[in-house]
Write a protein that binds this ligand. Sequence first.
Ligand code: CMP
Length: 143
Amino acid sequence: MEQTFIMIKPDGVQRGLVGEIIGRFEKKGFSLKGLKLLNVDQAFAEKHYADLSSKPFFNGLVEYIVSGPVVAMVWEGKGVVATGRKIIGATNPAESAPGTIRGDFAIDIGRNVIHGSDAVESARKEIGLWFPEGVANWSSSLS
Ligand code: CMP
């Protein structure tokens, strides 16, 4: 089953949006497979955003991600990578539609609350980076 990596960034955690964001993914029907609150250091943030290292905003982006705790999650379900990106909304909150997370809760591209993998392959890499210990197994759930 398809999985994606979702991170609530420091501004989302500090503003108390964790429950709201988790609720949106749960209510859509996706399954939570991994969840942790943690602080990452500069080297880790640089690794996560390695593809953006040549961008002029790279240093500011890394500084922002290390500025406070983040919530790292793995969500699973049919089409979760693309649908997750729709739930999140466009990268630039000025362009993200109302009803999306960024459309409802952000105004600044540099403080855009949440990250979601942009493709199945990047999800695989990001889950491996953030959850080297693996994720939960639902097979023993009551049903
Ligand atoms: P994210 O989905 O985490 O993927 C890359 C991040 O880079 C993006 O969200 C933004 O937080 C950040 N980003 C992209 N473009 C810009 C920009 N022009 N200025 C500042 N930050 C940016």
